[in-house]
Design a protein. Structure first.
Length: 172
């Protein structure tokens, strides 16, 4: 055991070479460390040093940040955010909300410069365009529009264009 403490943790007469313990409860790793699964107990905070990148890698595995049922998963080919309630993106410098799914407080706006939002599945209470723009919904395969209390479509002009068959169905 003593050999493991000296060789792996590298505790010597001058302290520990691989990590530091601070009075605030902070544990700082001073070298590359293989953690597996991390369960922060205090404030669920993971961070790096000022002006230095905090690099977290998952060797051929996704990196998952999870709090309750809300989860951020970073994988090789995709990044996904899952939340039962909603999500928002906040600028850390200004604390301004850039994007939110909280329709009670924030109206959904695409960030400046974003003209197309591509999703496989979307759930929302309302979809609108501003008064001077058309609202275009384009689908490669099948589009299902469903409402718990009905679906209401209003506009100056409503146009449906299909390359194949179109089915309008009312189910009561």
């Amino acid at each position: 055991i003593t050999l493991v403490i000296w060789a792996v943790i590298r505790i010597g007469p001058n302290g520990c070479d691989s990590m530091e313990f601070h009075e605030s409860g902070l544990l700082r790793f001073k070298q590359v460390s293989d953690m597996g699964v991390i369960h922060p107990l205090y404030k669920s905070t993971v961070g790096g040093r000022r002006n230095e990148d905090l690099v977290i890698t998952g060797n051929n595995q996704p990196i998952v940040f999870q709090q309750g049922t809300t989860k951020l998963s970073v994988e090789k080919d995709k990044t996904s955010i899952t939340s039962d309630i909603g999500m928002e993106f906040v600028d850390p410098r200004t604390q301004n909300t850039l994007f939110s799914t909280d329709y009670e407080t924030h109206e959904f706006h695409l960030p400046n410069g974003v003209k197309i939002l591509n999703v496989q599945k979307a759930s929302t209470e309302r979809i609108t365009s501003n008064a001077t723009s058309d609202l275009n919904i384009q689908v490669d395969g099948r589009a299902i529009v469903r409402g718990n209390e009905g679906v209401f479509i209003t506009g100056k002009t409503i146009e449906f264009r299909m390359g194949g068959n179109m089915e309008l169905k009312a189910v009561s």
